[in-house]
Design a protein around this ligand. Structure first.
Ligand code: MG
Length: 422
């Protein structure tokens, strides 16, 4: 029988913020979404105050001030770098790892069954803590779904001290009847009322149902989930990240924008961010879409539009993609609106190795253009992301950059922001 462990960082963003500011240790901490709009992460102390996930900042200002809650703007370069470090440490403990999200990874522990796995997990947990400063909890199970449930138990049961093993039948019979079905991995919120009507309220209820009946009435995935809860591994580790089918880069502007020039810069910026991802997964884009819209909550009438340009031959040429995006933007921009957000989507992605020539137009990505893209990569690697960019992106962010009033320094990714000791 296979063995899976799920390692999940505790309150990841809040833990990152605390790492370089020990004074935040026992204080409630919340992290805000881009542009400081909503609360997207909370420390345990902040959860205890009843602050919900996704709460709009303005509605909770008073509570936050009253309890002296530390408010942080999202600092994704810090979180991304610490995530990379956590994953690197986890990778020491098993040759099989699936990075599931920024703060979660599944480990395959089949080859370690001769060890006492709870002790091994404690060692993993302690090493991650010691080497990165980030607290993690670890759940162990015979399937991914049970490892995920075990992780939830590890987090909320103080006696577990961050590790819980859900492999034994006895312990499964004790835990599953107390787990609401909504907490089972892969059970969507929308499904819960219907499941309850069918008498399925807990993880145990789901496990007891006949998979064939579940498949007929719900879906094959729910049938698999029930089998996973019974200890049968239906989902394997996905150790190779799947290349994305489409790449999106978008963000709200720091302030509403009316004129075209700053929106042009924002679009050029998003093209570059999307292009970076395109290059890193070795794909070419066969189409590019640009969208632009006003705020759906504003008093003025809403305007939003999108325009897609299809390419006769897929490309990964930054200048070409930027030119097409600007043309698409011109098609959808209308004077007189106060815009809130724009974005760029790369579509019809193909592996860069494949080549489908177009008989009627010359190859777009000539060897010279390819060499240019590689040179750009090399410069970015050496001098930092975006150190060389197209002029259309501009030198300053004129109103379209993010509004972040409580951002912590990028301690680990920027020389100027290194923490100082003494
Ligand atoms: Mg987490």
């Amino acid at each position: 029988m296979p063995v899976f462990a799920l390692a999940d960082c505790n309150n990841f963003y809040a833990s990152c913020e605390r790492l370089f500011r020990p004074a935040l240790q026992r204080r409630p901490v919340v992290v805000l979404s881009n542009n400081d709009g909503c609360i997207i992460a909370r420390s345990n102390e902040a959860k205890a105050l009843g602050i919900p996930m996704g709460a709009p900042l303005f509605q909770w200002r008073e509570t936050l001030e009253k309890h002296r809650v530390v408010v942080c703007s999202a600092n994704f370069s810090l979180y991304g770098d610490l995530s990379r470090r956590v994953m690197q440490v986890l990778g020491h403990f098993s040759p099989e790892m699936e990075i599931y999200s920024i703060d979660e990874a599944f480990l395959g522990l089949d080859g370690f069954r001769h060890l006492h796995l709870e002790t091994y997990a404690r060692q993993i947990r302690q090493t991650v803590r010691q080497w990165t400063g980030i607290p993690v909890s670890i759940g162990i199970g015979p399937s991914k779904t049970l490892a995920k449930l075990a992780n939830a138990v590890a987090k909320r049961t103080p006696r577990a001290r961050g590790v819980f093993d859900l492999r034994g039948q006895t312990v499964q019979q004790a835990i599953l009847p107390r787990m609401p079905v909504a907490e089972v991995w892969g059970v969507g919120r929308k499904l819960v009322p219907r499941l309850q009507q069918d008498g399925i309220a807990t993880a145990w209820d789901l496990r007891q149902r006949d998979p064939a009946w579940l498949q007929a009435r719900y879906s094959i995935n729910l049938a698999r989930t029930a089998r996973e809860l019974a200890g049968e591994a239906c989902w394997q580790l996905e150790t190779q990240p799947q290349p994305r089918q489409q790449i999106l880069s978008s963000r709200s502007f720091g302030q509403r924008l009316k004129t075209l020039p700053p929106i042009r810069q924002a679009v050029a910026h998003h093209v570059r961010l999307a292009w970076e991802k395109l290059r890193s997964q070795h794909s070419r884009a066969g189409a590019i879409a640009v969208f632009l819209h006003t705020s759906p909550h504003a008093a003025e009438p809403y305007y939003g539009n999108q325009y897609t340009v299809e390419l006769p031959e897929p490309t990964q040429d930054l200048a070409r993609l930027t030119r097409l995006a600007q043309r698409a933007l011109e098609r959808i921009y209308r004077k007189g609106h106060a815009y809130q957000k724009c974005g760029v989507l790369l579509l019809n992605l193909q592996a860069a190795g494949l080549r489908q020539g177009d008989l009627f137009s010359p190859a777009a990505d000539t060897p010279e253009r390819e060499a240019l893209q590689a040179t750009l990569d090399a410069i970015h690697q050496r001098f930092g992301r975006g150190s060389l960019r197209l002029a259309s992106e501009g030198f300053q962010t004129r109103g379209w950059g993010m509004q972040q009033n409580h951002r912590s320094p990028s301690y680990t990714t920027c020389w100027q922001a290194l923490p100082k000791v003494g």
